[in-house]
Design a protein around this ligand. Structure first.
Ligand SMILES: [Zn+2]
Length: 122
């Protein structure tokens, strides 16, 4: 359970949990939104059909909403949530800063729906 969560958060291949799905760091704008064709460790082909990762937009939307709610709850608990505009600006800043990671994370979670962990490929 924790190794699966750890591999998702570290943006690793869902089959071997060792190779990187992304070409580079999500915050490197040169490689923004680029996914490796195959896993560098187990050679799993990530794009099983054209535009395979378009479905990750649904996951990205869910992550964005979840993170926005979490930030709002934190603002409420800290007593910082003053007004709607202020909350909107704070949440927007966090979402913009986290956007590259959320985008990458949604691709890894999306791929995890279709590929199962295989310890033989580790
Ligand atoms: Zn792999």
């Amino acid at each position: 359970m924790f190794s699966r969560l750890y591999s998702i958060l570290k943006l690793k291949c869902p089959q071997c949990r060792n190779g990187n799905i992304l070409v580079g760091n999500p915050y490197q704008l040169k490689h923004f939104n680029k996914v490796n064709e195959c896993c560098p460790n187990c050679q799993l082909r990530f794009k099983i059909e054209p535009s395979f990762f378009y479905g990750s937009m649904y996951v990205s939307y869910g992550l964005g909403v979840g993170i926005s709610i979490a930030i709002y709850v934190i603002l409420l608990l800290l007593g910082i949530a003053e007004g709607v505009i202020q909350n909107f600006v704070i949440i927007s800043i966090f979402l913009i800063l986290l956007m590259p990671y959320i985008n990458a994370l949604s691709k890894v979670i999306w791929a995890g729906f279709f590929f199962k962990y295989d310890p033989k490929n580790k």
